[in-house]
Design a protein around this ligand. Structure first.
Ligand SMILES: Nc1ncnc2c1ncn2[C@@H]1O[C@H](COP(=O)(O)OP(=O)(O)OP(=O)(O)O)[C@@H](O)[C@H]1O
Ligand SMILES: [Mg+2]
Length: 258
């Protein structure tokens, strides 16, 4: 059975989408069958994988409303074992519309259930908020991967996220775990970066991935080519870092199974 991971942090711009796209692509490069679910109305994971939003009326929005099937909505990408369910701005409406529908927190979990056997990894990108969309992703997930940007106030607000995870565990998804904490946009030269890394390790211990994602221009520019960084420039430091993260995730999972 596939692993289902939500990539979440209600703080904006910390590297959620970059991590979803590039961890997903790196796992696919390691011959894993990967499904990326874009669950953010901004649709950045979709465009970052070269999906033209204007072509879509077949998105995760229709999927959670039961108007399309997962087979129809999971689109091919340049990597043969990587598929993506795209999102567009209409998904923002779901935040309100779902309130009146039954089992509103379980919509995404139910929609993904038929596909769980078809993938080794399902990665969900979430919006920078703790609203109903993020809750749907946390209910569908087995675990949460939290990217932390090595910047001022990086850890501030994390208690809110941990609190939401806790509430979801208590009421909706008792098996939800913390998958890991990923340091992003790390700059070795900056004392601040090193400080954030230290604090994160004090707080989260061995939940912090050994792999640290450096601040890297290539990572920032590859979405504008609609490609994950390993296809844009495989030699770049960003590409190497996400490939290393994929190995770390795979080896954790092998240790857990074996
Ligand atoms: N390691 C990195 N080095 C350089 N730029 C990066 C890195 N990671 C992300 N970026 C850039 O920083 C910006 C924010 O990253 P990203 O979109 O992944 O964050 P996010 O958490 O998904 O944001 P949002 O909360 O808006 O969804 C983007 O322009 C992205 O290209
Ligand atoms: Mg994003």
């Amino acid at each position: 059975m596939g692993r289902i991971i939500a990539v979440s942090n209600q703080k904006g711009g910390v590297g959620k989408t970059t991590t979803t796209v590039n961890l997903g692509a790196s796992l696919a490069a390691a011959e894993q069958r990967v499904l990326i679910v874009d669950f953010d109305p901004q649709g950045n994971a979709s465009s970052g994988l070269g999906i033209d939003k204007s072509l879509q009326d077949n998105t995760v929005y229709e999927l959670i409303l039961g108007q399309t099937t997962i087979q129809r909505v999971a689109l091919a990408t340049e990597l043969p074992t990587l598929r993506v369910i795209p999102a567009d701005p209409r998904l923002a409406g779901a935040e309100v519309e779902l309130v009146d529908l039954g089992e509103r927190e379980y919509r995404l979990a139910k929609a993904l259930a038929p596909a769980v056997e078809d993938y080794d990894y399902i990665l969900m990108d979430t919006p920078p908020s703790l609203g109903l969309l993020t809750v749907n992703a946390l209910v569908a997930a087995q675990s949460v991967l939290v990217p932390i940007q090595c910047e001022y106030y990086a850890l501030e607000g994390l208690s809110q996220l941990l609190n939401t995870i806790h509430l979801v565990q208590q009421r909706l998804n008792p098996d939800l775990r913390l998958e890991g904490v990923l340091l992003t946009m790390f700059d070795q030269r900056l004392r601040l970066s090193r400080q954030v890394a230290e604090e994160a390790k004090e707080y989260f211990g061995d939940k912090v991935y050994k792999t640290v994602i450096p601040r890297n221009v290539t990572l920032g520019e590859s979405p504008s080519f609609g490609r994950p960084v390993i296809l844009h420039d495989a030699q770049s430091r960003g590409a190497v870092a996400y490939l290393e993260l994929a190995s770390e995730v795979l080896s954790h999972d092998q240790a857990r199974i074996g």
